[in-house]
Design a protein around this ligand. Structure first.
Ligand code: SF4
Length: 119
């Protein structure tokens, strides 16, 4: 068993969010909604990644949470993680929305947490 604590950071989060043929839309077995973190709002408290450990991980460059896969935890556990978020930046979205959300996030300047605010 690999005990490298940084293994989660190496997961290809964005690739997992792309359509893979298992979405309910295509007759697959995944839940009807995908989970999405608005990283521009995340404050890096790590609560979600402590609750739904197979779904959320802290992104290593900016220190913000990211949904690294869509089939890692039950809907109930993911909802519990959503409910712990102090800034309400995790939401259920349609699978078809993920790509647009990802593109929008890529074009949003995100400041790494731990640095002083912009002046
Ligand atoms: S619970 Fe919310 S604020 Fe905290 S790390 Fe997760 S997404 Fe970010």
């Amino acid at each position: 068993m690999n005990k490298n604590p940084f293994l989660a950071f190496e997961a290809k989060a964005l690739d997992e969010n792309r359509p893979n043929g298992r979405e309910p839309l295509l007759g697959g077995k995944l839940r009807s909604k995908a989970v999405w973190v608005d990283e521009s709002l995340c404050i890096g408290c790590t609560y979600c990644s402590c609750v739904a450990t197979n779904t959320f991980a802290m992104e290593k460059d900016n220190g913000r949470a990211r949904a690294i896969r869509q089939d890692g935890d039950s809907s109930e556990l993911i909802q519990e993680a959503i409910d712990t978020c102090p800034v309400n930046c995790i939401e259920w979205v349609r699978f078809e929305e993920l790509e647009n959300l990802r593109l929008k996030l890529e074009s949003t300047p995100i400041r790494p947490l731990g640095l002083p605010p912009l002046r």
